[in-house]
Design a protein around this ligand. Structure first.
Ligand code: ZN
Length: 238
């Protein structure tokens, strides 16, 4: 479940990210009233088993009922965790085309949701930002400078909100941000490690903040919009 929009009376339009069919939208009739059919399942980032019917020549499916598989509300929610959950919802809602199955993105989401807790949001958020960038085909080569091909290992690299790619010190554009050598090697670990393998590590807010910003800027550049939830995350104090 990505998000809902109220329509007339108690009906809601619901955006769902399904494993088999990608993102779809449907109408949940009387959703605001019928707790029996939809219960607490209209909370974004709830994993549900959805019963729905497609209607000929109509874009919106008719949603009949949801069974909750996992709910984000089964664990405590504070402002930081709510911001992380909103980030996943917003990125997927903006990024995924409709009716385009994205099984790897679906599995990524399930994995990061399981590790997004009130005391741990920065690892899953960073992991999600980098992996979605890669799975959408938007991740540049992290090993070499884009214009000159110089290897970047062991020295700082530079990135810019308006440009794809990483740059060496000589080719960086004005207004670039720095990506530390530690963060570049951490990115390599993120791409070869499942979420649980990183979950035991201490991950305060300032760890790999440059890498997280790099991933979020790549997402924003490709959807051509600033992410409201990324701004909320950047304002968090811990
Ligand atoms: Zn260069």
């Amino acid at each position: 479940m990505l998000r809902t929009w109220p329509i007339h009376e108690a009906d809601q339009i619901v955006s769902l990210f399904t494993r088999d069919y990608g993102k779809i939208k449907g109408v949940a009739k009387s959703a605001a009233r019928s707790r029996r059919r939809f219960g607490g399942a209209l909370e974004p980032m709830t994993h549900v088993r959805a019963s729905y019917a497609e209607k000929p020549k109509q874009e919106l499916v008719r949603l009949d009922s949801f069974d909750i598989v996992t709910s984000p509300l089964s664990q405590p929610v504070d402002y930081a965790r709510a911001a992380a959950l909103a980030f996943y919802s917003e990125v997927l809602e903006e990024m995924l085309p409709e009716h385009d199955p994205q099984d790897a993105v679906f599995r990524l989401l399930v994995a990061v949701l399981a590790h997004t807790r009130t005391d741990s949001i920065w690892m899953p958020v960073t992991y999600f930002a980098l992996w979605t960038t890669r799975l959408m085909g938007w991740l540049p080569d992290l090993a070499t400078c884009l214009p000159c091909g110089a290897p970047l290992a062991g020295r700082p690299a530079y990135y810019h909100p308006q440009s794809d790619g990483l740059f060496c010190a000589e080719h960086r554009r004005a207004g670039s941000s720095t990506l530390s050598p530690e963060s570049i090697s951490l990115a390599a670990r993120i791409f070869r490690s499942p979420v649980p393998a990183l979950a035991a590590e201490d991950w305060p807010r300032n760890r790999a903040a440059d890498l997280r910003r790099f991933g979020i800027q790549a997402l924003e550049r490709h959807i051509d919009r600033r992410l409201t939830s990324a701004f909320a995350l950047s304002r968090l104090g811990k």
